[in-house]
Design a binder for this molecule. Structure first.
Ligand SMILES: Cc1ncc(COP(=O)(O)O)c(C=O)c1O
Length: 374
């Protein structure tokens, strides 16, 4: 890291991961304000940013705590002072449960469970270590990933959890990741209705059976408005909203072609390192700086430029324009197609104040939980 604070954005060495701080702060404020006069809490997913500093900012602005997907992610967050964490993915190996048990002694920790085998193992290890933990039944409300598939199964698992020592039933998780990315506002709402119906049935059945449902958590950036309106969940786990990415933008908003409740604040700055053909050039940002699991990144500077293919450290760009071409050595800004997987490629965020054209480097933030996948 040889960059000086105050360096103009376009003079930074590339490829470099940038945050437009003004825009990110607006996104954080906007989401926080949605929850301000509501009985529903924001519990942002920290797998997006992997930064305890940003997690603390979200909590300062009103979030009840955070979600982590992995134990190692939670360890980094707890060590840096985050006190309220939900592990939103199943942990079933004894060695990791030992770490969960240790973590639960140092923070308010909850874990999701979708099988009696996992619940029994968790209970056994917690009891042995004289610790305890809050547990949520993970219910699949349409994603087709983890989670029990029916409300009956959820109730039956919750009853068994209730009988086990050292684990306390706190409620359920009902997250539908697929619904977050459905294209078209009306289509998204229509499909998400089924998830909401299943959440309602879960509340009804938990209540009828005398089961604790104090915590009802799920939702995300693509469905936050229905999560708030329906008032069934009391925690929303939105992650991407502070950065956004080109894929999220493409799903469409209430009235618009693009989803613009939150604006793009995350970019990768690259340099044109070769210009071998007319209207085709090569940048220094390939798979190792821009993830492509959700398609290639979008060029922010030149609308007519298309990222057509990548190798490890190179990106091939074509430009379909009669306008002036960029030149060898020019910097070029890209919006990642998927923020989470791109962030996990870098050690640091470079925070820019004053915009992506004429702004300056204000702060360098470590991505402390980068690579924490265990
Ligand atoms: C369990 C869980 N909750 C919340 C989120 C955050 O979703 P988003 O980034 O779409 O807001 C994710 C993302 O994949 C997730 O897996």
């Amino acid at each position: 890291m040889s960059e000086q604070i105050g360096t103009p954005v376009r003079d930074l060495q590339t490829p470099v991961l940038l945050i437009d701080l003004d825009v990110m702060e607006e996104n954080l404020k906007k989401m926080a304000s949605n929850f301000q006069n509501s009985l529903i809490n924001l519990r942002p997913h920290s797998k997006t940013h992997k930064s305890p500093l940003i997690a603390k900012k979200q909590i300062e602005m009103g979030a009840i705590g955070i979600c982590c997907q992995k134990v190692s992610e939670a360890e980094v967050m707890q060590e840096d002072g985050i006190e309220n964490i939900l592990l939103s993915s199943e942990i079933v190996s004894p060695a990791k449960i030992e770490r969960v048990s240790f973590l639960s002694k140092n923070c308010d920790l909850m874990l999701v469970v979708d099988h009696i085998q996992g619940a029994e193992l968790l209970s056994k290890i917690m009891e042995k270590n004289e610790s305890d933990i809050g547990v949520l039944v993970d219910i699949d409300v349409g994603q087709g990933r983890c989670g029990v598939r029916t409300v009956d199964e959820a109730v039956s698992l919750a009853k068994k959890i209730d009988e086990l020592p050292s684990i306390n039933l706190r409620g359920f998780q009902a997250y539908n990741g697929k619904a977050q990315h459905i294209e078209g506002f009306n289509e998204r709402e229509k499909k998400y209705r089924n998830s909401i119906t299943m959440m309602e049935e879960s509340v009804y059945e938990f209540k009828k059976n005398g089961l604790n449902f104090d915590v009802r958590t799920g939702g995300g950036t693509g469905t936050w408005n229905w999560d708030l309106d329906s008032e069934i969940l009391n925690e929303v786990q939105a992650g991407s909203y502070l950065f956004m990415d080109s894929h999220y933008r493409s799903i469409g908003g209430r009235q618009e072609q693009f989803y613009e409740d939150f604006q793009a604040s995350l970019f990768v700055l690259s340099t044109i390192i070769s210009f071998p053909e007319d209207k085709k050039f090569i940048i220094d940002a390939g798979h190792k700086s821009l993830s492509s699991d959700s398609g290639f990144a979008s060029c922010y500077d030149i609308e007519e430029a298309t990222y057509i293919s990548a190798s490890d450290e190179h990106g091939i760009i074509t430009v379909d324009s009669l306008g002036p071409m960029p030149k060898l050595g020019d910097s070029l800004l890209f919006q990642p197609s998927h923020c989470d997987t791109t962030i996990n490629l870098f050690d640091y965020f470079y925070g820019i104040r004053g915009g992506m054209e004429k702004g300056f480097l204000e702060v360098i933030l470590p991505i402390s939980a980068r690579g924490m996948v265990q």
